[in-house]
Design a protein around this ligand. Structure first.
Ligand code: CP
Length: 290
């Protein structure tokens, strides 16, 4: 299949190539595809991924077709395959898809046009990981030996699962922290206060209530005090260490209001980098390389 479905399909050399291409685009390099059309099809809510893909497409001169899944024939029961096959038949050159089903793309093996995964269930969020990696690389100029702790609702997080796998391949030490109920043992668990003092990157996650079967076992205040990035925890971090979060953020839950835009926070830089990473991925695919 063409496009970008999971980072597991990409070698570390290819990942570095895409990050460096995104950095070149951020510096002003321009390439244009005015004859191409790409559809964005979001079955789950999104602000960053949906609209940064659209910004990336506009920056590349690609025409954007935004499929409204509430007013399209999806609402009449059309399958995902038939929806995507329809866009392919209409002459669209690629589709961006977000879907709540893990690995939904396995149903789309007959599709010939590139598919860009904007997130599937709890499994993959490849362009989010690439923008996270770009942000870390801009900060440190390397991955080897860096320590990152991902904090929070690991169990339900496609961001955590994608990042843990790819960060390890790039030579980073990855840990997890947060409530025991969200620990899926996908990495070594360490206490948050220890993580804040020792990590180069502390990556916070939102509690993903929409994917929970049961109610969280504590109040949001308890969560914040035990597992949130408070001002005190931020001050205990190493001088050059950074705070990341894929967002949307819940101020006062996993991150204090005052910390969200503090000097150590790279949260809004991550969003900016998302546009360039998505430009790089789309351009590479339209050039026939992905
Ligand atoms: N980080 C991220 O995926 O945000 P959205 O859900 O707003 O796209």
């Amino acid at each position: 299949m063409r496009g970008l479905l999971t980072l597991r399909d990409l070698s570390t050399d290819k990942i570095m190539e895409l990050i460096k291409y995104a950095m070149k685009l951020k510096k002003g390099f321009r390439i244009s595809y005015p004859d191409k059309k790409i559809a964005t099809i979001f079955f789950e809510n999104s602000t960053r991924t949906h609209y940064s893909f659209q910004c990336a497409l506009m920056n590349l001169g690609v025409k954007v077709i935004d499929c409204n899944t509430h007013t399209s024939s999806v609402a009449k029961g059309e399958t995902l395959y038939d929806t995507v096959r329809t866009f392919e038949a209409l002459g669209v050159d690629g589709v961006v898809i977000r879907h709540s089903q893990d690995e939904y793309f396995k149903e789309l093996e007959n599709i010939q046009i590139p598919i860009f995964n904007g997130g599937d269930g709890k499994s993959n969020h490849p362009t989010q990981s690439l923008l996270d990696l770009m942000t870390i690389y801009e900060e440190y100029g390397r991955f080897e030996g860096l320590k990152c702790c991902i904090v929070g609702d690991i169990l339900h997080s496609r961001v955590a699962h994608t990042n843990i796998e790819v960060m390890r391949r790039l030579g980073m030490e990855v840990y997890i922290s947060g409530p025991e109920e969200y620990n899926d043992n996908s990495a070594e668990w360490i206490p948050l206060d220890e993580a804040c003092k020792t990590m180069d990157v502390v990556m916070l996650l939102r509690v993903q209530f929409e994917r929970h079967q049961e109610k969280m076992q504590m109040t949001v205040e308890e969560y914040h005090n035990k597992y949130g990035m408070t001002v005190e925890r931020m001050k205990s971090m190493k001088q050059n260490a950074i705070i990341m979060h894929p967002a949307p953020i819940n101020r006062g839950v996993e991150i204090a209001d005052e910390v969200a835009e503090c000097e150590k926070s790279r949260i809004y830089k991550q969003m900016t980098n998302g546009v360039y990473v998505r430009m790089a991925v789309i351009s590479d695919a339209l050039d026939g390389n992905l």
